[in-house]
Design a protein around this ligand. Structure first.
Ligand SMILES: C[S@@+](CC[C@H](N)C(=O)[O-])C[C@H]1O[C@@H](n2cnc3c(N)ncnc32)[C@H](O)[C@@H]1O
Length: 380
């Protein structure tokens, strides 16, 4: 009889050390998958988000925890995500249970101990696993990028709702853009002769938002093509986004074209896109320098400061985006920007001052104001 421990023994031990059964399951699954010992029993996030501070929104992350509350009024794009997540969770649990009596090689035991040690020293679970789910995606994440947050999954749901609405209500959202001399070029990704819809993700990081739009957006557009631009000023982050783009295209070959560009917010985009973008989504850094100093060490010491701090006051990056966005949008275009709850009213007011016709504040699943939706021509 082998002296190697069983999956169950390993899970119990890791859970005791980590104080979390779900984290233990992911760590054990990850170590087994890495060693090729029994394979992966489900994506790390299939079991839902851990309640680690790192899973919470940075602005709330004085330990707000990662679980998304069930209150609020999710749109239909959020509801679908919750259902699919719950289904994956029970499937993954079933596989773990089925394997609980199997033994694991010592290489896996050592790998689990190593991860547990680093976790207990404060490294975010997501970086230790090297991958994290976001809506329908499984993203590579490491110290070069912000860990995608559940709040942002909800913001993407709002953005998809807006994209669908803008295209449906706007009909042809860029009628003037077809004439000679306009920016609308057929050699841009997704802009075929029949016209296409453009979306931009500012501060793309891991690519979480851009890639979700590219995977989930095409089905909402009545047959139009979609092209998504992802912008970041960090070459390191763009390298991660590029890797995620390649992997996502393998999983979803029919996804929209995605162009990743380096630069400072809108300045990274070709001027040919001025006035032609239907949707701008941004999750910019929005924590102030003072708030950053008080963040949980798990966030402050491991995630890129540049992805968190918007400036001395926090709202500087948001201000720049809101002040410029309407120039880049098509007549029925819309800006969806993630904010900290206490910033929402000011940002909404800013949008009205800077060329938007209608503004709404949307909640996250805990009911906190989390996204400002600023529409051109016709909020209802
Ligand atoms: C809060 S993170 C968002 C990452 C990803 N979109 C998400 O939601 O998980 C903000 C991102 O903005 C990028 N960023 C910061 N300042 C920028 C700037 N001036 N121009 C472009 N990107 C910037 C950071 O590198 C970081 O990747």
């Amino acid at each position: 009889m082998s002296e190697e421990p069983s999956v169950r023994d390993l899970l119990f031990q890791a859970a005791r050390q980590l104080g979390s059964a779900s984290e233990a399951r992911w760590v054990v699954e990850h170590a087994m998958a890495q060693a090729g010992a029994g394979g992966h029993v489900g994506s790390p996030g299939a079991g839902g988000h851990v309640g680690s501070p790192g899973a919470g929104s940075p602005a709330d992350s004085a330990g707000a925890g990662g679980h998304v509350g069930s209150c609020g009024e999710p749109g239909r794009h959020q509801t679908a995500r919750q259902l699919s997540s719950a289904g994956s969770r029970s499937a993954a649990n079933a596989v773990v249970m089925a394997r609980r009596h199997q033994t694991v090689p010592y290489a896996v035991v050592d790998a689990v101990h190593d991860i547990v040690e680093r976790r207990l020293a404060g490294e975010p679970l997501q970086y230790l696993l090297g991958a994290w789910p976001f809506r329908r995606l499984e993203l590579t994440v490491d110290h070069r990028v912000l860990i995608p947050r559940p709040e942002t999954e909800v913001v993407v749901g709002h953005a998809l709702d807006e994209l669908e609405r803008a295209v449906a209500e706007g009909g042809d959202p860029w009628p003037a853009a077809r004439g000679p001399g306009r920016a609308w070029r057929t050699d841009q990704p997704g802009q075929g002769a029949g016209g296409g819809v453009l979306a931009v993700d500012l501060g793309t990081g891991s690519g979480a938002i851009a890639l979700s739009l590219a995977v989930e957006g095409p089905g909402l557009l009545g047959g139009r093509t979609l092209a998504v631009w992802g912008v970041d000023d960090s070459p390191d982050a763009l390298a991660v986004a590029q890797r995620n783009l390649v992997a996502t295209r393998e999983t979803y070959p029919a996804m929209a074209d995605v162009e990743l560009v380096e630069g400072d917010w809108f300045e990274a985009l070709p001027r040919s896109l001025l006035g032609a973008v239907t949707l701008v989504v941004a999750n910019p850094p929005y924590v102030s320098e003072a708030e950053w100093a008080t963040l949980d060490p798990e966030v402050r010491e491991h995630e890129p400061r540049r992805a968190l701090v918007g400036g001395p006051e926090g709202g500087e990056a948001i201000d720049r985006i809101v002040q410029t966005a309407s120039r880049w949008l098509a007549p029925w275009g819309v800006l969806v920007i993630e904010v900290a709850p206490h910033q929402a009213d000011d940002v909404a007011l800013q949008a009205l001052v800077h060329g938007f016709d209608g503004v709404l504040v949307r909640p996250d699943l805990a009911g906190r104001s989390r996204a400002v939706v600023a529409r051109r021509w016709g909020a209802r």
